[in-house]
Write a new protein. Structure first.
Length: 354
């Protein structure tokens, strides 16, 4: 095996799943970096980075930990031996172990956590519940303004005033024929704030103003990418069959079930909405026969049940952890087998049935 430089590895991981897909509230990417140069030979995959998993990483001489959940989420004010999260950082730096977290970026990608969870339902087609938008487009501005005029003198005056407005980009003029006369068409991109100033300026001339078009620039949706999934099963199956499939896929002996109003274990499931982890905010309001997630608040469960939707809860990390072995295989290919990738044996859900 060849080694990988930490920065080369981080760049490859960012290519595997763009961090721009993560939720705005999330804390993703490289969280702990030993002083460079840092080479990585062994990468440990875990769902949660606990102190037990950190010990395992030290024992197995891992140089890098990919922890699905970010171990640093709320800002640390100090790094001491006092709290377990601080101790993780101390241990990581003492043993020269980098820490990286992808979290919701892996929820959004087509080959990610929710896609793996959907496999538990059997043959189905799925679409994201909250589609992701392309990160880089449109490059500038939120709106496009276009207008036409044949009055060149007046146009020069308007353009010079427009150029004084901040947050305007892509200002272009081109000849156009309208109402059988040669005219000039003007197009520009601008921010919400600049839009107000442009509109105020154009509204001083009613003829110009009535020929103005304003377009909202929206980023295109990325196919098969986004939070949650709405899965349509190829063949409807009974709720009890779905329960067995999920238990088998997640390797669980127990799940928690809330039966939808008027439903039984024999009721058919054709549409299932799912979201790994804590899915209430993503699932809310979705029409389906079943909601599948890790955890949900009591009142959100009551809402679903009242709407005739059954709910299956498997505990938060149980809906995510099984993805790690699939991830190991995908990363091995993506990283061209340059480094040794291992899945934690100490990582487990903190809750068990007693």
């Amino acid at each position: 095996r060849t080694l990988m430089d930490l920065r080369e590895l981080v760049s490859a991981l960012n290519n595997f799943a763009s961090l721009s897909l993560a939720a705005s509230w999330d804390n993703v990417g490289l969280l702990v970096e030993p002083s460079p140069p840092h080479t990585v030979n062994t990468l440990l995959l875990t769902n949660d980075l606990t102190e037990e998993v950190m010990e395992e990483a030290v024992q197995k001489k891992a140089d890098f930990i990919l922890s699905y959940h970010p171990p640093i989420f709320t800002p640390l004010k100090r790094v001491t031996w006092k709290t377990w999260k601080e101790r993780l950082v101390v241990r990581a730096l003492e043993h020269r172990i980098g820490i990286y977290s992808p979290h919701t970026a892996y929820d959004a990608i087509p080959h990610g956590v929710n896609n793996w969870l959907a496999k538990g339902l059997g043959a189905c087609t799925s679409v994201p519940l909250q589609p992701s938008t392309a990160p880089g487009y449109p490059a500038e501005g939120t709106h496009r303004v276009e207008f036409c005029t044949g009055d060149t003198e007046h146009l020069d005056m308007v353009l010079s005033k427009i150029k004084d407005i901040q947050e305007i980009s892509c200002l272009t003029t081109f000849p156009a024929r309208a109402e059988d006369e040669e005219q000039t068409r003007v197009s520009l991109n601008c921010s919400q704030k600049a839009l107000m100033e442009v509109v105020a300026l154009l509204s001083q001339n009613s003829l110009l103003y009535h020929k103005t078009e304003i377009l909202l620039l929206q980023k295109p949706l990325l196919p098969h990418t986004g939070m949650g999934r709405l899965c349509t099963l190829s063949e409807p199956v009974s709720l009890s069959d779905v329960i067995e499939r999920i238990k088998s896929h997640l390797k669980l002996r127990h799940i928690r079930l809330a039966m939808g109003m008027g439903k039984t274990l024999e009721s058919p499931v054709k549409k299932a909405a799912l979201c790994a982890g804590s899915g209430s905010s993503v699932l809310k309001g979705t029409e389906a026969d079943l909601y599948l997630t890790g955890e949900m608040s009591h009142h959100d469960v009551l809402d679903a049940v009242a709407n005739g939707i059954s709910v299956i809860l498997c505990e938060h990390s149980n809906t995510e952890r099984g993805f790690l072995s699939e991830l190991r295989d995908m990363l091995a290919i993506h990283l061209q087998n340059k480094i040794n990738i291992i899945v934690s044996e100490k990582d487990r859900d903190p809750l068990q049935v007693a």
